[in-house]
Write a protein that binds this ligand. Structure first.
Ligand code: SF4
Ligand code: SF4
Length: 330
């Protein structure tokens, strides 16, 4: 039986009662991953941000400032500068960080540390970002990043943050193989604050070989931070989901023709998006008829893609969303 047939079968078997009124309303914290530019100075082999037909783009600075003001007006509380390498446009980004501070928004910046070749260089950049009002720096690190950027750059950047009192953490992208042990040891030996990030097999990493996986039956709920790209297209997911081109399931609209408020409401009011946040991808897959033994063999974004980047599965899930999925809870 193929997956579509399985979905069809189960959508007609689900119970139809509505959720109980005792459940608390969901409160959404509005945050945005802000893609001012998708240009990068390196070409990491695993980059999730780059499709094969990737053409770098950049927002107009005045538009970006205006957008941040609109975001603040729509109740957004945090902006994360991401996409390509934000600090290729250092002066612009400092202005945008300043705009966040003006409107009391939490600001985070994701960087590959190319600018931290020495302790002095790192300190100069960190001091400027702190003076502009940056709340937190997130440093990318992995055996793929470090083919392009020396790992001492990441160390310099992190130590400069510690010295300057700027909050930071290192995002350690890993595929959980032994090859990463030395990279993890480096972080531990230097006492750096890091969090492991599972590799996402999307973008340039789509065809990477992957180890078979067996986990517990995890819910795989996903917070789904929205993402706006330099063309002002806004997506409900800032990771692999923004590349689900077969269905464009996570595309919310374009900010040239819709307001920030409209597009946030769209992501907050969608039954399927809320199911991803609240019941999790594994439960949706189970509801859709995926065998439990198969579900535990998928990574979260892979399973998400199976469900939502398949036109057939998506159509059937959309049909079943109101009547069945909304009631599919313990
Ligand atoms: S992973 Fe980050 S640093 Fe590497 S190419 Fe992509 S955007 Fe640039
Ligand atoms: S699980 Fe789905 S919604 Fe969550 S990050 Fe992956 S692709 Fe995006």
């Amino acid at each position: 039986m193929n997956q579509t047939e399985t979905v069809t079968k189960y959508l007609f078997l689900v119970p139809l009662e509505k959720k109980g009124s005792h459940e608390a309303p969901v409160i959404h914290m509005r945050k945005i991953a802000f893609g001012y530019s998708t240009r990068c100075n390196v070409k990491c082999a695993h980059c999730v941000a780059a499709d094969p037909d990737h053409v770098p783009a950049r927002m107009a600075l005045a538009k970006a400032k205006d957008l941040i003001e609109q975001m603040a007006g729509a109740g957004v509380s945090g902006v994360s500068f991401t996409a390509g390498e934000p600090l290729l446009y250092m002066d612009d980004i400092l202005e945008l960080i300043g705009t966040c501070r003006k409107f009391a928004l939490y600001s985070r910046l994701v960087s590959n540390s190319f600018w931290a070749g020495s302790a002095e260089e790192a300190s100069a950049v960190v001091m400027q970002m702190k003076a502009a009002g940056l709340s937190q720096l997130r440093l990318s690190y992995s055996r793929w990043h470090q083919q392009n950027i020396k790992r001492d750059n990441v160390l310099n950047a992190a130590k400069s943050c510690e010295a300057a009192g700027l909050d930071y953490f290192i995002s350690f992208v890993t595929d959980f193989t032994k090859e990463d042990d030395g990279y993890e040891d480096f972080l531990r030996k230097n006492g750096l604050r890091f969090f492991p990030e599972p590799m996402i097999y999307s973008g340039r990493a789509t065809d990477f070989e992957r180890l078979p996986l067996r986990t517990d039956f995890q819910e795989n709920r996903c917070a789904m931070n929205p993402y706006v790209d330099p063309n002002l297209d806004m997506y409900a997911c800032c990771d692999a989901g923004s590349h689900f081109k077969r269905t464009n399931f996570f595309h919310l609209g374009n900010l040239n023709s819709s307001s920030v408020e409209e597009l946030f409401c769209k992501t907050e009011n969608s039954v399927l998006y809320n199911a991803i946040r609240n019941v999790g991808i594994s439960t949706i897959a189970s509801f859709a008829g995926f065998r439990t033994r198969d579900i535990v063999g998928y990574r979260k974004c892979e399973l998400c893609e199976k469900l939502f980047n398949s036109p057939d599965n998506l159509e059937l899930l959309q049909q079943g969303a109101e009547g069945g999925l909304a009631a599919w809870h313990r």
